[in-house]
Design a protein around this ligand. Structure first.
Ligand code: ADP
Ligand code: ADP
Ligand code: MG
Length: 456
């Protein structure tokens, strides 16, 4: 059954993005809003707005009962969860399914399996996809952690099974550190994700983060090539590209095929991303996790393939079978996305909420700015600091960086600090221009002098 009305259980730029896709498909939109968001761009664009609770996310966008009540009362026949919040919460998804409402994403059982990192790892092993050497399943207790770490070899990385957004991760250099960090990570995971399950992996130095976008309809799965997201701060992506420029063609094919094999194994339905680490020296890749939802950086894939991923999500959720096969999916040129956060790079990226006193978005044939901003908008202090994503496309990577520089020059956001100056400095950096970086590179690069020079 094609979707005719859609409840948007998210906020910010992704809510705006979802409304645009729904409108293009003639779908009526009902936007959820906390009391802090009733004047948001998404609320202005949606056909209807439902207030779901107070500003704090725990009492609004993360409140399963409040959201479910609002969805049912709205009469919507489908719900899009965006990313973050309840998008990978199996209990929420099961409740939506039980109410006879379409969830725009995979079913609750698939999310329970692939959204849990330790379980997804086991599936990957079973599908013959290489994973980072690590613990089998979750770590039991400290003794077990000691034994597993000794077997894997230090340094190791401990991760929250239910983790996301770079939280619940610790690099452990030796046994003394392990004894301190395991209880810490457990406590953080319990507080952030309501689940203190941990597992362990070998820490791969100088790796690149490369991920594969897939679309499935429950019987067929295709890939839409890869993205590279190696420029990270606190294990959160800040700059993403498609394709991964440094990847040899044979490795690209093997990587994308492995993602399709794993997604096929679980009869994956809707959009998903399989994340990997890639070691350029040995040309080995290792699966690390699957995100069973739309990702922040999906626009770079849209730019090189010409496929609208959010519209695809809505059509698949509405029951359509994939309307193209693998051989129909091509890629052209190079796309870069930079995340514009309301943060002050000169003050250790301190959040910078407040009133936007002047605003102008960059424009152009191959320039896109996905944002929640408008002049006079007040950025709330309660949520993620992402306020916009600047995406450029050009025939090759070099030209894409030039296009990015031009677009950053045209972006005007006054009244709050943003990470735009960081991106101006990165776009001018010789190593970035060469593509010579890895997941820990940016943390080493950031210095007060560089940020000063960038004009923050
Ligand atoms: P992506 O690869 O799409 O960037 P991330 O894992 O960085 O994925 O998460 C996307 C967004 O969702 C980020 O803003 C992050 O802070 C948020 N997020 C991720 N996981 C969770 C979670 N379990 N609970 C709340 N927010 C989350
Ligand atoms: P999250 O759910 O928070 O996105 P991920 O498992 O995707 O967690 O890891 C986030 C980032 O942490 C990766 O992009 C990478 O930079 C780093 N990372 C993850 N696993 C490893 C590892 N085994 N070795 C080195 N770095 C890793
Ligand atoms: Mg990840």
């Amino acid at each position: 059954m094609a979707i005719s009305s859609l409840f948007i259980a998210n906020r910010g730029e992704i809510a705006v993005r979802i409304i645009r896709a729904a409108k293009a498909l003639g779908i009526r939109t009902i936007q959820a809003a906390s009391e802090a968001d009733t004047d948001s761009l998404a609320c202005r664009m949606a056909d209807e707005v439902v207030v779901i609770g107070p500003p704090q996310a725990a009492k609004s966008y993360l409140d399963v009962e409040a959201i479910l009540t609002a969805i049912k009362a709205s009469g919507a026949d489908a719900v899009h969860p965006g990313y973050g919040f309840l998008s990978e919460n199996p209990r929420f998804v099961a409740a939506v399914e039980a109410a006879g409402i379409i969830f725009v994403g995979p079913d609750a059982a698939t999310i329970a399996k692939m959204g849990d990192k330790a379980m997804a790892r086991s599936e990957a092993i079973a599908a013959g996809v290489p994973v980072v050497a690590g613990s089998e399943g979750r770590i039991g207790d400290l003794d077990d952690a000691r034994r597993q770490a000794a077997r894997i070899g230090y340094p190791v990385m401990i991760k929250a099974s239910a983790g996301g957004g770079g939280r619940g991760i610790r690099v452990v250099e030796d046994e003394a550190a392990l004894e301190k960090l395991v209880p810490q990570a457990m406590a953080e995971a319990r507080a952030a994700f309501g689940d203190d399950g941990l597992y362990m992996e070998r820490y791969i130095q100088r790796a690149r983060h490369i991920e594969v976008q897939v679309l499935g309809d429950g019987s067929d799965v295709v890939h839409l090539f890869e993205r590279e997201c190696s420029l990270q701060r606190k294990r959160q992506k800040v700059w993403e590209e498609a394709p991964a420029a440094m990847l040899p063609e044979a490795v690209r094919e093997a990587l994308c095929s492995s993602a399709v094999a794993l997604a096929r194994r679980v009869n994956y339905r809707n959009a998903g991303t399989l994340e990997y680490l890639y070691d350029g020296d040995t040309q080995e890749f290792f699966f690390i996790e699957m995100n069973t939802r739309i990702q922040v950086e999906h626009p770079v894939t849209e730019a090189i393939t010409g496929i609208d991923l959010v519209q695809a999500q809505l059509r698949i959720a509405g029951g359509e079978r994939l309307w193209f096969s693998q051989k129909d999916i091509g890629r052209r040129g190079h796309a870069i996305e930079v995340r514009i956060n309301a943060e002050n790079p000169a003050r250790m990226f301190m959040p910078s909420p407040g009133l936007v006193t002047a605003y102008a978005a960059p424009q152009g044939v191959n320039t896109r700015f996905d944002t929640l901003l408008f002049e006079g908008y007040r950025v709330a202090p309660f949520y993620d600091s992402l306020v916009g994503k600047l995406i450029v496309w050009a025939p090759d990577r070099h030209e894409a960086i030039s296009a990015l520089q031009a677009a950053l020059g045209d972006l005007k956001v006054e009244g709050i600090h943003t990470t735009a100056p960081l991106h101006r400095a990165l776009a001018a950096d010789a190593e970035v221009r060469l593509g010579d970086f890895h997941t820990a590179w940016l943390e080493g690069w950031i210095s007060p002098a560089k940020l000063e020079a960038a004009g923050t």
